[in-house]
Ligand binder design. Sequence first.
Ligand SMILES: Nc1ncnc2c1ncn2[C@@H]1O[C@H](COP(=O)(O)OP(=O)(O)OP(=O)(O)O)[C@@H](O)[C@H]1O
Ligand SMILES: [Mg+2]
Length: 360
Amino acid sequence: MVELQLSSIAKYYGNVPVIKTFDLAINKGEFITLLGSSGCGKSTTLAMIAGLEAPSSGEISFQGRLLASAEKKVFVEPEARGFGVVFQSYALWPHMTVENNLAFPLRVRNIPAAEQKHRIAQTLELVGLTGLGTRYPGQLSGGQQQRVGLARALVYQPSMLLLDEPLSNLDALLREQARVWLKEIQLRLGITTLYVTHDQTEALSLSDRIVVMKNGHIEQVGTPQDIYERPATPFVAEFVGSANFIPGTVSGEAGQELHLSLPEQQTARIRDPGGFKPGDRIILAVRPEKLTPENEPSGNSLSVGLKRSIYVGERFSYECEFGGKNLQAFGKFPLSEGRVNLYFSPLAATLFPANAMVPN
Ligand SMILES: Nc1ncnc2c1ncn2[C@@H]1O[C@H](COP(=O)(O)OP(=O)(O)OP(=O)(O)O)[C@@H](O)[C@H]1O
Ligand SMILES: [Mg+2]
């Protein structure tokens, strides 16, 4: 069931478009992530949902209720939307204890004192901070402060959770632990969550669906597997994971397969994705982990120049040259430099039209 609906949202600052015709439907209980590089409009989108910014055009509705419409001059104030928000900087009130930080949103909503006490205790337990309620934020670690930020958003039982880079202030290890913990809480509460990050690992591991954004528009919406294994554009292929882009031409069709001519008079076969015909100029995208010196029977073989093998933990990264461009592959063993054969499956590559390769 659709809970939050964004219909043709746009946002201009002056006459600069920051969000361009954004359409998205978020289902009840879904964990959805806005993923994109700095400045692509993630926080602006979240701020429009939270009610901190008004869209320049288009509509936002939640559970069928119109929250914002530029055309109909509707704008529901943030407090009246009832969403829990955690910002990029989690901004706790330093002069208030943890308990008082949590009591504040309850007081604003006129929750009786006894109920406040109960909810605060319950929420501190949920985020694993029982016993720390009388401390001040300055007496907590970064990770604990982050939990207080989340607790403050959860304490009044919001109808939706909006999280803007909530783990960005944590070091790598804490971040990984917080990720697991955050997902558990979200599943336990079944709360619809919109999460903002520029970290692909976070997006892949937390989300039911990911919205990949670029320059204020949506490049692709899909499950983590869709996004990773079937990227819709070269940008998505490169932004989520990494990809080698090899230019070529479709040379023929045979059954379920397309034949490709690649640089240095080499060829490949891939599963026909549809929409291409002989003579078309294409870009073949192959992920480094799908390109290896370990032969597989049905594989394509490329002869490339190996420049270096680098041990990167668990495996070796091969820096190669092919058709005058750098190419990366992975494998289990060190290889000496010179000509090597790399293999990839006809199923492990994505094809884009050559003109899809626009500079970022
Ligand atoms: N109040 C404002 N006035 C003018 N431009 C703004 C304003 N707020 C944001 N922008 C611009 O809008 C664009 C999108 O900003 P936004 O904060 O949404 O990006 P973001 O995707 O959250 O980036 P980051 O990952 O760095 O947080 C940026 O180019 C930014 O400079
Ligand atoms: Mg931001």
